[in-house]
Design a protein around this ligand. Structure first.
Ligand SMILES: NC(=O)C1=CN([C@@H]2O[C@H](COP(=O)(O)OP(=O)(O)OC[C@H]3O[C@@H](n4cnc5c(N)ncnc54)[C@H](O)[C@@H]3O)[C@@H](O)[C@H]2O)C=CC1
Ligand SMILES: CC(=O)C(=O)O
Ligand SMILES: [Mg+2]
Length: 465
């Protein structure tokens, strides 16, 4: 994290050089210095410093204030600063300059448009924001890896997703955080708000409720409903894995993969791995490996146990990780140890995707693995659903798809993977960057093609924009 220290320094006591030395002696990394105010006896400066934690920041502020003539006016956390007042806004597409404009965008003229939609509801797509608008709907029950933190606390993540929809794919997305975690209520509310939107991106709803909510909404609505934590994650994970396997020269059918965290992301990822031809997959949750013959409370786990773990391996992660070629983590921080990595097969591939803190820190894993990826923005190989949801919805909205099918997801995976060219592929570049502008276009195009082939496209949009 980085902080901004606003310091008032009385001239004649301490030099700026001494302040900088004090900060770096405490392990702070100065990345910017701004002069805010200068007078004959005082200078006020904002010093941006990279720190490792809240405590580290307090330690640096304390040390700085010990210097003679130095006053810490304020310590601001840059992350909190970008959240002040929220991160998104709505903006009219045209100004309302006079009464004539007013009577057309609003009453009385707007009534004619309302009646046109009443007569032909499909005109909502052309006469309202619907065709370019997605609800980012959450109940705050499984926010990143933070758990059930509720609707209000989920907002910063959902606003972030909305920003990414807009910046990467031009889609107007709105956070819709519900103070209600009842499955039937969520389904009812989502159906009730659906007329406003061209699609619904379900986000951070815990399993197993997320499966029923998504399945029912898919069945009962005619706009695409996509649970990002399941499918967005699975699509990007598979894209990364296809490239990583190419790099280490292993074939899907020959490998052993261990998936940890058999929730929303883990189950969807496993389904995609199975579809990609990976046969030996072992799912591990808090109680160890899921295995046939055991009766689980979670119905999805019964499905999981039936369809995976062909060799019926049992035990903890530290046991079943033996000889695994691939580790996929969508569970909790720091559950994978260096000892576990040492038991894996040659050229291990580790995708530690729990957010914000991965199953193992890259610094610990790097010496023992061939390919290391996390969900984070600050390390190489970011396997994060942000590579999928903007492009998949761009494609689905543009061809006015009724659903997002398995083929559309697979097409998105292949499109993401192929954004890394053969001669670029290396251990630190198995997945394109979020800022690679080609990704959204390629995913859009592939998704429209697959939607047409699957008969779910309602509009004959050109595949290439
Ligand atoms: N990189 C990415 O794009 C994404 C990462 N994630 C991350 O994956 C994690 C799970 O997300 P969801 O599937 O949405 O949550 P979820 O709540 O549906 O599933 C989490 C599962 O992990 C299991 N788990 C928790 N602690 C565990 C442990 N110590 N050992 C084994 N299993 C454990 C839980 O029992 C649960 O079954 C979160 O950290 C989330 O941030 C999720 C979606 C996308
Ligand atoms: C990236 C994301 O959606 C998550 O960690 O929940
Ligand atoms: Mg999520």
């Amino acid at each position: 994290m980085s902080i901004i220290l606003r310091l008032e320094i009385e001239k004649g006591y301490t030099t700026f050089g001494e302040v900088a030395t004090a900060i770096s002696d405490k392990g702070g990394d100065i990345v910017a210095i701004d002069v805010i105010k200068e007078s004959s006896d005082k200078t006020t400066r904002d010093i941006t410093v990279k720190v490792s934690s809240q405590e580290h920041s307090e330690d640096i502020a304390e040390r700085t204030e010990e210097l003679k003539g130095v006053k810490v006016v304020n310590v601001s956390d840059r992350t909190f600063l970008v959240h002040l007042g929220g991160k998104i806004e709505t903006k009219p597409k045209m100004p309302i300059k006079n009464r004539d404009d007013l009577s057309r965008v609003y009453t009385p003229e707007v009534a004619r448009v309302c009646k046109a939609i009443e007569k032909d509801p499909s005109r909502a797509h052309s006469l309202t924001i619907k065709r370019n608008t997605v609800a980012v709907l959450s109940d705050g029950s499984a926010v990143l890896g933070l758990g059930n933190i509720g609707a209000a606390a989920a907002m910063p993540v959902m606003e972030g997703k909305a920003m990414l929809f807009k910046q990467l794919a031009g889609i107007d997305a709105f956070p819709v955080c519900l103070d209600n975690q009842d499955t039937e209520d969520i389904i009812k509310i989502a159906k009730a708000i659906a007329p406003t939107y061209g699609g619904i991106n379900l986000e951070d709803i815990s399993s197993p409720r997320c499966f029923e909510i998504e399945d029912r909404l898919k069945e009962e609505l005619d706009i695409p409903v996509f649970h990002d934590d399941q499918h967005g994650t699975a699509v990007v994970m598979l894209a990364g894995l296809l490239n990583a396997l190419k790099l280490v020269g292993k074939k899907e059918k020959d490998i052993k993969a261990v998936v940890v965290g058999i929730g929303a992301a883990g189950i969807a990822s496993t389904k995609m791995l199975l579809n990609a031809g990976i046969q030996n997959i072992i799912g591990v949750d808090r109680e160890g490996a899921l295995v046939k013959g055991k009766e689980y409370d979670n119905p999805m786990w019964n499905w999981y146990a039936e369809n995976t773990n062909p060799n019926e391996e049992t035990g903890e992660l530290s046991e079943v990780i033996k000889d695994a070629d691939v580790f996929i983590g969508v569970s909790a921080p720091n559950i994978l140890s260096v000892e576990d990595l040492k038991k894996m097969a040659e050229d291990p591939i580790v995708f530690a995707m729990a957010n914000p803190d991965p199953e193992i820190a890259p610094e610990k894993a790097w010496p023992h693995v061939r390919v290391m990826a996390t969900g984070r923005s600050d390390y190489p190989n970011q396997i994060n659903n942000v590579l999928c949801f903007p492009g998949i919805f761009r494609g689905a909205l543009d061809c006015r798809a009724t659903h997002i099918t398995e083929n559309m997801k697979l097409a998105a995976s292949v499109a993401i993977a192929s954004a890394v060219k053969e001669d670029e592929l290396n251990k630190d570049y198995i997945i394109p960057s979020v800022f690679n502008k080609q990704v959204v276009d390629h995913v859009r195009e592939a998704v429209i093609k697959a939607a047409k082939a699957d008969g779910v496209a309602r509009k004959d949009t050109k595949e290439r924009s």
